[in-house]
Design a protein around this ligand. Structure first.
Ligand code: NI
Length: 257
C-alpha cells in the first residue's frame, strides 16, 4: 500500500487518458493520491478530482510562480475550501528563484501569507523551494512554520539544510530524482534522513524515475522510487512502503487508512 503524496492529475498532460491512468493505480498498490494545487484553477480542478475519486485527496495553495495577481479574497476562498473533508494541506506554496518571477518580494509576501493561513485553518503545508534555500528557512522560522508542520516537496538541497527542516519537524518528499544518475546529492541526503520523515511523491506528470526518465510520470512509477530508497537504506521494499505510508497518515490525519 503506497500513498503518492504529491501529483498533478489536473494537468493537461492527462487530458486524454486521466480516467484510465487513475483506474490502473490500485493494481500497482497505489491506494491514495494527494493532488497538489498550484494556481486557483488547479485548486478548483483538484476539488473536482476529490469529488470524483474516493482515493483522491488534495492540497490547496498557490505556487510562488503563480502569485502575481493573488488577492486577500483568494485567501478567503482557500480558507473556506481548506475545511473540505479531503483537503489535507495548504500547498504547494514557497519560493522559486530558478524562474525568479514574479519578483522575490511578492513571492515572499504570499509564501508568508499562506504559511499563516495554514496555521489559521490548522493544516500542514506543502513547500516548494527551488534555489531559495536560505530565504525559505528564514521565512519559515519567522512565521513559526513548525506550528503547522508539513513537507518539503521534491527536496533538492543537501544534508546541512535538511537538518534545519528536520528541527522544524518537517517531512521530505522524495520522488524520481533519487533514481537519477546525477542525483548523488539527494541519495546522500536520503541516506542521512530518518526513515520516519520520508514521504513518497511523484510530482506527476513531471520527474519520471529511471527507467522512464523523460516520459510522462504517473503514480505507478513510485515502485522504482521505493526500490531505490530500499537500496539506499538497506531495508526491504515492503518496509519502505509501510513506513512511508505510516508517515503520510501521521502528517495527514484526514486520509482514511
Ligand atoms: Ni508539484
Amino acid at each position: 500500500m503506497i500513498i503518492d503524496t504529491h501529483a498533478h492529475y489536473d494537468d493537461k498532460a492527462f487530458e486524454e487518458d486521466r480516467e484510465e491512468v487513475l483506474a490502473s493505480l490500485a493494481a500497482c498498490g497505489i491506494c491514495r493520491v494527494v493532488n497538489s494545487g498550484s494556481d486557483l484553477e488547479a485548486c478548483r480542478r483538484t476539488i473536482e478530482l476529490m469529488g470524483q475519486y474516493p482515493f483522491m485527496y488534495g492540497s490547496l495553495g498557490i505556487h510562488p510562480c503563480d502569485t502575481t495577481s493573488l488577492t486577500e479574497e483568494d485567501m478567503d476562498w482557500l480558507a473556506g475550501q481548506s475545511h473540505l473533508d479531503r483537503c489535507v494541506a495548504i500547498g504547494e506554496i514557497g519560493l522559486d528563484y530558478y524562474w525568479d518571477e514574479p519578483e522575490r518580494q511578492l513571492q515572499k509576501k504570499w509564501f508568508a501569507r499562506q504559511l499563516r493561513l495554514a496555521q489559521e485553518v490548522g493544516l500542514p503545508v506543502v513547500i516548494h523551494s527551488r534555489e531559495a534555500a536560505q530565504d525559505t528557512v528564514d521565512l519559515m522560522r519567522a512565521e513559526h512554520a513548525e506550528r503547522s508542520g508539513g513537507v518539503i516537496h521534491c527536496y533538492s538541497y543537501g544534508r546541512e539544510l535538511a537538518r534545519a527542516f528536520l528541527d522544524m519537524g518537517f517531512y521530505f518528499g522524495i520522488g524520481g530524482v533519487v533514481t537519477f544518475k546525477n542525483g548523488r546529492k539527494l541519495k546522500e541526503t536520503v541516506e542521512y534522513l530518518p526513515m520516519d520523515r520520508i514521504l513518497l511523491e511523484t510530482d506527476s506528470p513531471y520527474l519520471s524515475p529511471v527507467p522512464n526518465r523523460g516520459k510522462r510520470n504517473d503514480s505507478r512509477n513510485l515502485l522504482y522510487v521505493v526500490a531505490q530508497i530500499a537500496r539506499i537504506k538497506g531495508i526491504t521494499e515492503e518496509e519502505v512502503e509501510r513506513i512511508t505510508t505510516e508517515n503520510a497518515l501521521r502528517l495527514y490525519p484526514k486520509i482514511q487508512p
